[in-house]
Design a protein around this ligand. Sequence first.
Ligand code: ADP
Length: 399
Amino acid sequence: MQPTQINGHRADGGYCLIVAQDLPSLYRLGIVGSSQIARMMHQSAVKLGITPRLFAERYDDSAAQAAPEAVFHHPDSLASFAEDCEVLTFEHERLDMGLLQAMEENGALLRPGTKTLRAAFDKLHQRLILRNRGFNVPAFAQVRGPDDLLDFASAYGFPLVLKSVRAAPPGGRGVWIVEGRSQAMRVLAEHGEQELMAEEHQQIIKEIVVIVVRRPGGNSRCYPIAEVSSQDGIAREIRAPADLGNRLAAEARDLAKRLADDLDAVGVLAVEMFLTTEGLVINELAARPHNAGHFTIEGTPTSQFENHVRAVLDLPLGPTWSLAPAAVTVNVLGTIDGVDPAQHLPDALIIEGAHIHLYGKIPRAGRKLGHVTVLSDDMDQARELARRADAALHGRRPL
Ligand code: ADP
């Protein structure tokens, strides 16, 4: 095979020369994004002998570090990046829909395509589609100014939830639970330059994520359902399978599969749901591998990352069943004291049974720097060990 040279542009204005092997065109995969999700997608593809190209934002991003053939770019060069790829897939939602639409019309093979991406990128559009198709979502309304907000509050009361319609940047905030009128007005004054929506506050019993992976043509599989515990709006611990009971679990899986079919999803579709006293309510969709699915790396025969790669390349999907009765993932988050978990790696590695993943990111408070997964016969034992490993990575003894 002849090596191919492609010129890649770096965010700092320079460019680098990328050398990649000629691959059968079917396997010329481009990943848009360069954080840990892209890194894990990349690693899964490499395992299959496929070296994806990467549309990286920064040369020191998590995925870019792990992929020397990464393409560093000028912000406007996505279309030219696509010319070197047979299939493009996505790690995040911060993209220009108009550009993606034009690329698709010009023949670029986007997987998932814009029909799915539009629903994932724009929470208002997402709510409208879901409601129109009969899925259960919280009451919502667009907020163009104080009048819309006060109208919504008089119909549904406080607390209510204000959300930015587009995904928040990494580390940024896009959801505010407001208790009363003055707080609502403050959020509006501070964030009103973004497109906002209001949503009825739900009495949440549990938050779950149902991960479906679907091939073009409709063949799909569902992973064990994950249950997420958050702290300060950041997912902290994920347990699989979620403690739901057979009837609700079947209902949640069926909802997610129907949604994936309705949106013609290709690759992973992660459906975040709330279990409320009124039953299951859909919160949010992500058309990419999801943070709540990291347990699938060790906890199932085919990780969400590998199955995403397989699906977007229209290759047979692998099994998604559980390899253990309990899987727990704890996200390793940056703390205000700036501790770098990489410094404490040896302390965590001696905890047998804890699968440690570090993303190579610079520590910052609240930033996801890695995760730990533990499989066990017993959920409490798995949680205990995963927390112990997380504490070790922070140079602490477990609480
Ligand atoms: P993000 O894009 O930050 O993931 P989400 O829409 O998932 O935004 O909201 C983040 C968290 O805020 C949810 O996990 C949930 O705990 C809370 N939340 C969001 N919407 C509602 C709602 N309608 N009612 C109650 N809590 C909500």
